[in-house]
Design a protein around this ligand. Structure first.
Ligand code: ZN
Length: 395
């Protein structure tokens, strides 16, 4: 396949156009895309898809941006995706600055480098007139991060017009060249709200205090006896509440993320956590004066990602392993929580790849991306895509 002249040209396309690809990435990232506010970025991506001659270009009901490169046949149909949303709110300054080789901006890597990979791959395929047997559906998804709870990919694969037609799924999330994520990391996410009567810090002292109860719950969770294996994590990522320094709060709330490589361990962590919240409220309630009202903890499940695996001997994983080695890099199979969780849970072979380059400080305002050697990631992606959809027989 690599010996076909147009594929050879497409592979060198990425090196030749490295600077243009980086410029494109900067334009993408400058468009704010907070959770549930991805529209402007989706519209920008759909203009790109149209200008590159993709067909069936649309923004679907959920907000995903789609465009098709149709092969000889509609099947096999491979989804190639990256997520539009960032973890940052709408007020964030998304403008990109440069420092040496590094680009700095929130979301520049996660998933700015994935989004620009979609455009670069589509551009290389169209410019070099590569004709494929199967078809490629490029998708910028909404709702990958945090509270988005995979709503974009869920709609795409369960309710959208392409739902029953997708044969394989590839997504780009962040940088790198060795990582092949074929195992889906399961997670459960909660919002905990504790409310009480509230009052004056001096005059009403003795009333149960929601912040104190929340702190007791956090302390219990932080003391969770972690297993060595499988990797299991918890995070209290956001906390809020209270009125003023001299008020007993009426409300306190936190957002909690629980993850584990194995379902059984995730269930254990999950029940420990819910017990911890209940005990924390009970302990705080036990300090109240007779007749004071009780604190009421409310625990809402706000996100749940299924776990699962695309077997390492499935063609999609094998193409990815092979393509990585052809490019001189030793591949590494990996487990993570990405858009691929959803197709994996539906039995659709799915992997997530790094889109090349390096990055750091992900999910912080200091996030950076270095595009050096990005072309390796894009070459690998092209080889995997063509492995799955195949070159048209007469090309
Ligand atoms: Zn991401």
């Amino acid at each position: 396949m690599v010996s076909s002249p147009e594929v050879g040209r497409a592979l060198s396309f990425f090196e030749k156009n490295a600077e243009a690809i980086t410029e494109e990435q900067i334009r993408f990232c400058s468009i704010p895309a907070p959770p549930f506010g991805e529209r402007e970025r989706a519209e920008y991506l759909s203009e790109k898809f149209s200008s590159l001659g993709l067909t069936e270009v649309e923004i679907d009901e959920e907000g995903n941006c789609l465009g098709l490169i149709k092969g000889t046949s509609l099947s096999p149909l491979l989804v190639v995706s990256a997520h539009l949303d960032t973890v940052f709110s709408a007020e964030t300054d998304f403008s990109v600055t440069r420092s040496g080789k590094r680009l700095l901006a929130p979301g520049i890597s996660d998933d700015g480098c994935g989004l620009v990979a979609l455009v670069a791959l589509a551009r290389a395929i169209q410019t070099e007139k590569i004709r494929t047997e199967g078809s490629i559906l490029f998708v910028g998804t909404v709702g990958e991060e945090g509270e988005g709870n995979l709503r974009g990919v869920r709609y795409l694969l369960t309710r959208g017009r392409w739902a029953s037609k997708v044969d394989a799924f590839l997504s780009f999330d962040g940088p790198g060249m060795d990582r092949i994520t074929n195992r889906a990391l399961g997670s459960r996410r909660y919002r905990v709200e504790i409310s009480g009567p509230g009052g004056h810090s001096w005059g009403d002292f003795g009333l149960p205090n929601p912040v104190h109860a929340l702190a007791r719950a956090v302390a219990k969770l932080a003391g969770y006896p972690l297993p060595r294996e499988p990797r299991t994590t918890f995070n209290v990522g956001r906390i809020e509440g209270g009125t003023s320094i001299n008020s007993i709060p009426e409300k306190a709330a936190m957002d909690v993320d629980l993850r584990s490589g194995a379902d059984a361990e995730l269930r254990r962590l999950d029940s420990f956590f819910r017990r911890a919240v209940k005990q924390a409220a009970d302990e705080e309630n036990a300090t109240r004066r007779p007749g004071d009202p009780l604190l009421e903890p409310k625990v809402d499940l706000i996100g749940e990602r299924p776990s699962g695996e695309t077997p390492s001997d499935s063609p999609l994983v094998e193409f990815a392993l092979e393509a990585t080695r052809i490019l001189g890099v030793e591949p590494r199979l990996d487990q993570s929580s990405t858009d691929s969780n959803l197709p994996i849970s539906l039995g659709i072979p799915a992997i997530t790849l790094g889109a090349g380059g390096t990055s750091g400080a992900s999910h912080t305002l200091a996030e950076w991306y270095d595009p050096t050697d990005r072309e390796l990631g894009l070459k690998r992606a092209l080889l995997v895509i063509l492995g799955i959809v195949g070159l048209a027989v007469d090309s």
